[in-house]
Design a protein around this ligand. Structure first.
Ligand SMILES: O=C(O)CCC(=O)C(=O)O
Length: 265
C-alpha cells in the first residue's frame, strides 16, 4: 500500500493536526499540555490509522533482523557513559537494536509522518522551549528501536527534554515503559530518588505497556525512565522521531556509529 498523505497516516478525526484553526485542535493542544504538565507524559492512543499501522508493523517486522545491536553502560542515571563500569552498583545497561531512517522504504508511513510540516508544528504547539526542526540526519532522524529478549534500556534521564515515539509492537513479556515523574532535584534529594528508583522501591514508579499505534510524548530530562528488560517471545518495537533546535542538523559520527555501527556524513 502506498500511503503518502498525512490524513491516511494520522487518525485526524481524533487528532486534527491538519486543521490547526479548528476548536478541536485547540482542545487537543490544551489536553496534551495539561497531561505533560501533570506527569511529563502524554499518550495519544490510536494516533495512527489502522491501515498505516498495519504497514508500519509489517515493515518493522521485516527490518528487525537487520537492526544493529549495541550494548553500553551509564555510570549513573545522569548519563555519564564509560566502558568499564558494568560492575558498579549504580550503573544502568542499555542493550538495544536500531534500524536507521535510510533503511525505511520511500513509501513508509513513518517517513510521511516525520516529514510532514503538520507533525512538527503540532509538537511545537505542545512543547515549551526552542523551536523544533526536522533533522537532516539520514540515520538518526526517525529510527526503529528493537528490543529482543534480554534487551533493556536502563534507567536514565535524557539530555534533551522531548522524546517523541510511536509504539509499534509490544513485547510478549516485559518491555514496559517505566518512569518517575519530575524527580530530578537538587542533591541530596536527587540521589535519594535515583537510588530508590534503581532499587525498585520508589513509590512513584509508573509502568505503562503501550498499545501499538500510541504516540508517546515525554519530558525525559526531568523524569528518570527506562524500558524494562524484555523476556521471551516477540520483541518490543518503537519508532523514535528526533528533532533539533537548528534546521538541517546532523547527529555526530559518534552517535551514528554508536547506534548503527556506521556513519553517513
Ligand atoms: O523506548 C521507549 O519507549 C523510550 C525511549 C527512551 O527512553 C529514550 O529515547 O530516551
Amino acid at each position: 500500500m502506498n500511503i503518502n498523505t498525512l490524513s491516511r497516516v494520522v487518525n485526524t478525526h481524533n487528532y486534527p493536526i491538519n486543521n490547526t484553526q479548528s476548536t478541536n485542535y485547540a482542545a487537543l493542544i490544551s489536553q496534551c499540555r495539561s497531561k505533560l504538565g501533570d506527569t511529563g507524559l502524554c499518550l495519544l492512543p490510536q494516533f495512527i490509522t489502522p491501515d498505516a499501522l498495519s504497514v508500519i508493523i509489517n515493515e518493522s517486522q521485516q527490518l528487525a533482523p537487520a537492526a544493529h545491536h549495541t550494548e553500553h553502560w551509564r555510570s549513573s542515571p545522569n548519563g555519564v557513559i564509560e566502558a568499564d563500569i558494568s560492575q558498579l552498583a549504580h550503573s544502568t545497561r542499555a542493550s538495544i537494536g536500531s534500524v536507521a531512517f535510510d533503511q525505511l522504504s520511500e513509501e513508509s508511513p513513518l517517513r510521511t509522518l516525520y516529514q510532514s510540516t503538520e507533525f512538527t508544528a503540532f509538537l511545537n504547539d505542545l512543547f515549551d522551549g526552542p523551536t523544533l526542526y526536522l533533522t537532516a540526519d539520514p540515520l538518526v532522524s526517525c529510527m526503529l528501536t528493537i528490543l529482543q529478549p534480554g534487551d533493556e534500556l536502563g534507567w536514565h534521564y535524557d539530555p534533551n527534554d522531548i522524546v517523541v515515539s510511536l509504539a509499534v509492537q509490544q513485547a510478549d513479556n516485559g518491555g514496559e515503559f517505566e518512569f518517575v515523574p519530575n524527580i530530578r532535584a537538587p542533591a541530596p534529594n536527587a540521589q535519594h530518588n535515583e537510588a530508590t528508583t534503581l532499587s525498585g522501591t520508589h513509590p512513584g514508579i509508573i509502568s505503562k505497556s503501550l498499545a501499538p499505534g500510541t504516540l508517546s510524548l515525554f519530558n525525559g530530562h526531568r523524569s528518570l525512565h527506562r524500558v524494562a528488560p524484555v523476556g521471551e517471545g516477540q520483541p518490543r518495537i518503537i519508532a523514535l522521531f528526533n528533532f533539533s533546535e537548528t534546521p538541517d542538523y546532523y547527529f555526530s559520527r559518534r552517535i551514528q556509529n554508536k547506534f548503527f555501527g556506521r556513519h553517513a556524513h
